[in-house]
Design a protein around this ligand. Structure first.
Ligand code: PLP
Length: 365
């Protein structure tokens, strides 16, 4: 939306606005009429574009093309990894994982996090020391708080104990560098500024896996179903654009949001931990998240409460609960600045937040 009265979108972790370069590539993809599995000229042309996207994404993660399996998004990539690497292994997942992981591994043991939301490495080390074959699922960045996991240390523990590491990099891909190659990785195109409907699972090596979807044997038998070429091409372009972006400018605007919120009486979840440059989880004690959301919505700001994937129903956040919050877990909103955020939007949001906090905290006290 571009008109003057359009709402201000500050909910990038739910989905990033489409990047113009990605839009161009999607349109190009829409003009490719062939099915990449067909052997004729039209099919071969579609396949050429598909493989080009595959090698660009793999290269961005320091991997060869054959390690990249395209999916419909992050949820499918997580489910696929747990299906492929969880069989015959005990599963350990971080306490603040997204539902895409939690619900795909309902029997998993939980690795606790600190009050700042950082994974408990000592717990993981002790668990892995028993030698039981294990799949460890850890997100690189949390979708609600932006807190980053100590991935390098996790990877070392997994390597030393022979465990398979799966990383949900849906929120960090393109926003922070990623250089681990000995793990599987879940990606989602629309969180990078690509269109919805494409994602990828990167494998540690070019290897066969036990497919979740079998069908026509596409993706070399690793994921059946005709590939969503326009969305996949858009994802590849969005990823490259996101990697080129100067995120420190976004980080500075995020700091303004947090300073304003703290002066207005809010607490920032995970503020002491390394975090994504665009995400703030603001807890306004005594004021229900739903009320904050509605107030800001009326003022023209799109933010979310708890996990955006379940927005519409606002319940206590399992992420904040794992960080030791009690009532605060239902009194937090997430502000996630999009790649194209403008300073004047942040200034306007800060004013609206101050007004809201002054009014609602008075009502509640
Ligand atoms: N993992 C994380 C950390 C997420 O934040 C999300 C969506 O918010 C997903 C997985 C699911 O991704 P998708 O919407 O592409 O299925």
């Amino acid at each position: 939306m571009t008109n003057a009265s359009a709402p201000t979108y500050l909910d990038a972790n739910a989905t990033e606005p489409l990047r113009p370069a990605a839009r161009e590539t999607v349109l190009e993809g829409l003009m490719l009429s062939g099915n990449p599995s067909s052997v004729h000229a039209e099919g071969r042309e579609a396949r050429r574009f598909l493989e080009n996207a595959r090698s660009r994404i793999s290269a961005g993660f320091g991997r060869i093309s054959g390690t990249c399996v395209f999916t419909s998004g992050g949820t499918e990539a997580d489910a696929m990894a747990i299906h492929a690497f969880g069989r015959g292994r005990r599963i350990l997942i971080g306490a603040t994982e997204h539902d895409a992981v939690r619900k795909a591994a309902p029997e998993a043991d939980i690795i606790p996090v600190s009050k700042e939301g950082v994974l408990d490495l000592e717990y993981l080390r002790k668990k892995l020391s028993d030698g039981v074959p294990t799949l460890v699922c850890v997100m690189s960045a949390n979708n609600e708080t932006g807190v980053l996991s100590p991935l390098r240390d996790v990877a070392t523990l997994c390597r030393d104990s022979g465990a398979h590491l799966h990383v949900d990099a849906v929120q960090s891909a393109g926003r922070v560098p990623f250089d681990l190659t000995e793990c599987s990785v879940a990606l989602s195109g629309h969180k990078m500024g690509g269109p919805k409907g494409a994602g990828a699972l990167l494998l540690p090596q070019d290897e066969p896996i036990d497919a979740l979807m079998i069908g026509g044997g596409q993706e070399r038998g690793r994921r059946g179903g005709t590939q969503a070429i326009p969305a996949i091409l858009g994802m590849a372009t969005a990823f490259e654009e996101a990697q080129k972006q100067d995120w420190s400018a976004v980080d500075r605007l995020r700091e303004r949001v947090e300073q304003t919120a703290m002066e207005a009486g809010a607490r920032v979840a995970g503020r002491g931990a390394p975090r994504l440059p665009n995400t703030s989880c603001l807890i306004l004690d005594g004021v229900a998240a739903q009320v904050q959301l509605m107030t800001l919505d009326l003022e023209g700001f799109c933010v979310s409460a708890g996990s955006a994937c379940s927005s519409g129903k606002v319940s206590a956040s399992h992420v904040l609960t794992a960080m030791g919050e009690t009532t605060g877990a239902s009194q937090a909103i997430r502000v996630s600045l999009p790649w194209n955020v403008r300073e004047e939007q942040v200034v306007a949001f800060c004013l609206a937040y101050e007004r809201m906090a002054a009014r609602l905290r008075k009502v509640e006290s």
